[in-house]
Ligand binder design. Structure first.
Ligand SMILES: [Zn+2]
Length: 236
């Protein structure tokens, strides 16, 4: 009887530990079980890639484009397929202005504990919408909430595509504009990939931070490039 209780307890703790480990692993910014993970690019060139997730959003994307144009900067927009479907004109303008579009799934669901067919559909339906805009370059994939465990990394590895995250996520640590700008200034380095949520209604601080980040980093000699341009530096 006692033995049974001990065994059950050990099993419970073991299952809990595995579940906790899996949860931590599923959102790790630095490690994944298989396939390639890109968080920045090793280079001495003074370049950074700004990335904006979750658009396109009618209220915000065009104003972000206007700010980027003011600084002659290029960026990568990780778009949600359903949002592209609802706002194809905005997505097309992003491309027209020399920016890049990445794949942020179709529905912005967490791509863990899902069937392979569900995951591949989330990626491929969004790829198709991006291609329908006329984009011919590499489509990089960033999973919603950075969540991935086995199915998505395996799918991407089989298609020779990396998972692209970031090395700087200032709004995870700062809710005020000054803090966001300071965090980027203190942590940026050549080859950084910066995630900034500028298309989520509540993230006013990030929209205010964007021109200041562009101005500060340009003053320090940084250029703002698309992910493809950044990735091209890896080969050289
Ligand atoms: Zn997202």
């Amino acid at each position: 009887m006692v033995k049974g209780i001990v065994a059950a307890s050990v099993l419970l703790v073991l299952c809990g530990t595995i579940a906790w480990g899996g949860y931590r692993l599923s959102k790790s910014r630095k490690y994944q079980l298989l396939g390639e993970l890109v968080t920045r690019v090793e280079t001495s060139d003074m370049v950074v890639a700004l990335t904006f997730d979750d658009g396109p959003v009618p209220a915000y994307t065009d104003s972000v484009l206007a700010v980027l144009a003011e600084f002659k900067a290029h960026a990568t927009f990780f778009m949600v397929g359903s949002a592209i479907r609802n706002n194809p004109d905005i997505a097309a303008r992003v491309l027209e202005q020399g920016h890049e579009i990445g794949n942020h799934s179709f529905s912005h669901a967490q791509l863990i504990l899902k069937r392979p067919s569900y995951v591949s559909r989330e990626i491929e339906d969004t790829d198709a919408l991006i291609r329908a805009l006329g984009y011919e370059g590499e489509i990089y994939v960033r999973p919603p909430y950075a969540k991935r465990l086995l199915v998505l990394p395996l799918y991407l590895r089989n298609h020779d595509r990396p998972v692209v995250l970031w090395d700087l996520e200032p709004d995870t640590y700062h809710r005020k504009t000054d803090g966001v700008v300071r965090y980027v200034n203190e942590h940026v380095r050549p080859g950084s990939i910066i995630l900034l949520h500028v298309e989520i209604p509540s993230r006013v601080q990030n929209r205010a931070a964007l021109p200041r980040i562009l101005s500060d980093l340009q003053e320090r000699g940084y250029r703002f490039v698309t992910l493809s341009q950044l990735m091209a530096l890896r080969a050289s």
